[in-house]
Design a protein around this ligand. Structure first.
Ligand code: HEC
Ligand SMILES: [Cu+2]
Length: 323
C-alpha cells in the first residue's frame, strides 16, 4: 500500500513536474535561444538580435562546443559564462537605441575575437546620448602610414626621474593627444629650459609629460583590459610575441610569396622605440577603434567605451616609458 502510494507520487511528479519545470525555466515565452560556437564553425547563432528600448530582452544561452562567455560591448553588463550542455538565462535592458555588438570574452581559439554578433535596439531614449567623434576621424589621420621616429632614447625613459629633475619651469605641458613623443622630445630639446640636460634627461621629461596625462587608476584599468584582450597577440610584455601570434603569421611563412595586401602581419611590438615613439595617442586610439582592416588587428570600437580605449592607450605607453 505504501509502495503503491509512492509510485503514484512518482507518476504525478513526472506528469506535472516536467511541464512545470519547462515553464519555470522559460518563464518568458519570448526568450530567445542563443548558441555559442567557435567563430570557425559559425560563431553565435543567431548572429543578429533585435530589442526595443525599455523592454527586457530575455536570452537563454548555451554552447555547442567549448566554454564561451557572453558580453555586450560598451555596456556595464558583466560577462556571462556560456557552457556546453547547459542553459543560462539572462535578461538585458537597454536605455539607448543603437547597434550594439555582443561578443565572447574567452579565448576559445585564434579566431576568438571574431565571435561577435549584432544587437539592434530600436526606440527612443528618454535622454539621447550622442557619441563623440574619435580624434583620428576629426583629424583625418592616416592610420596605416608607418610612423617611425628619428630619435630614440638609449634606455627606457622614466617619469619618476623626469619629476626628480625638478625643473623650475612649470610641469611639462600636457602633450597634445595628436603629438608624438618624438616630436615632444625635439621641442623640449630645442628649448632653452633643457640646455643643461642630457638627451636621456629630456626623454625622462617626455615620460613625465605622458605620465601627468593619466592616472594610476586608468593605467591599472588599461593593464587589466590589455591582459584580457590584447596580450594573446601582442604578448604580456608587449613584444608582439603572444600565444596566438604564430597562427597570425602563418600566411607569411612561404618564401617568395608575393603579398597581396590582405595577409595578416605580425602584431606590433610595443617595446620597439623606433616604431612606436613616432605614434601618438590619436593613432593608437584610432587603430584600436578601427582595427587594421585585414592585417589581423581586430577592431574594438563597438566593444569598449571611450574611457576604456583611453585606458588602453595610456597603458600602451608604459611599454615605452616607466610610468
Ligand atoms: C588577433 C591578434 C590581435 C589582437 C587580439 C590585438 N591586436 Fe593589436 N595588432 C595586431 C596586429 C597584427 C597589428 C599590426 C598590424 C596593424 O597595425 O594593423 C596590431 C597593431 C596594433 C596597434 C598599432 C600600433 C602602431 O604603432 O601602429 C595598436 C595600437 C594595437 N594593435 C593595439 C591593440 C590593443 C589595445 C589590443 C587589445 C584591445 C590589440 N591590439 C589586440 C594584432 C592584434
Ligand atoms: Cu568563445
Amino acid at each position: 500500500m505504501k509502495a503503491e502510494r509512492f509510485a503514484w507520487w512518482c507518476v504525478l511528479v513526472l506528469v506535472l513536474g516536467l511541464p512545470l519545470a519547462a515553464v519555470l525555466t522559460r518563464s518568458n515565452p519570448e526568450a530567445i535561444e542563443l548558441h555559442g560556437r567557435m567563430a570557425d564553425t559559425g560563431g553565435w547563432m543567431p548572429g543578429d538580435l533585435t530589442a526595443q528600448v525599455g523592454q527586457p530582452l530575455q536570452l537563454r544561452l548555451t554552447s555547442d562546443d567549448v566554454v564561451h562567455s557572453f558580453a555586450v560591448g560598451q555596456s556595464a553588463l558583466p560577462a556571462i559564462d556560456v557552457l556546453p550542455g547547459q542553459w543560462t538565462t539572462t535578461t538585458l535592458l537597454f536605455d539607448q537605441p543603437g547597434k550594439y555588438t555582443f561578443y565572447c570574452t574567452r579565448w576559445c581559439g585564434p579566431n576568438h575575437w571574431r565571435m561577435r554578433g549584432t544587437l539592434e535596439v530600436t526606440g527612443t531614449a528618454a535622454e539621447m546620448i550622442t557619441p563623440t567623434t574619435p580624434l583620428y576621424v576629426a583629424l583625418n589621420l592616416d592610420l596605416d602610414a608607418p610612423h617611425p621616429s628619428d630619435v630614440v632614447p638609449s634606455e627606457k625613459p622614466s617619469a619618476a626621474r623626469g619629476a626628480a629633475l625638478g625643473l623650475k619651469a612649470d610641469r611639462p605641458v600636457t602633450p597634445d593627444r595628436a603629438q608624438s613623443p618624438a616630436l615632444r622630445w625635439q621641442q623640449l630639446r630645442s628649448s632653452s629650459l633643457t640646455e643643461n640636460l642630457s638627451d636621456a634627461q629630456v626623454w625622462d621629461l617626455v615620460a613625465l609629460s605622458w605620465r601627468s596625462n593619466t592616472t594610476s587608476a586608468r593605467l591599472a584599468e588599461g593593464q587589466q583590459l590589455y591582459a584580457q584582450n590584447c596580450a594573446a597577440c601582442h604578448g604580456e610584455t608587449g613584444r608582439g610575441d603572444g600565444v596566438i601570434a604564430p597562427a597570425l603569421q602563418k600566411t607569411l611563412t612561404l618564401p617568395g610569396l608575393a603579398l597581396t595586401g590582405h595577409e595578416t602581419i605580425a602584431p606590433s611590438d610595443f617595446t620597439d622605440a623606433r616604431h612606436r615613439l613616432g605614434a601618438s595617442d590619436a593613432i593608437f586610439e584610432g587603430k584600436i577603434i578601427r582595427g587594421g582592416m585585414g592585417t589581423g588587428m581586430p577592431y574594438w570600437g563597438p566593444i569598449f567605451t571611450s574611457e576604456q580605449v583611453q585606458a588602453l592607450v595610456d597603458y600602451l605607453w608604459s611599454f615605452q616609458f616607466d610610468q
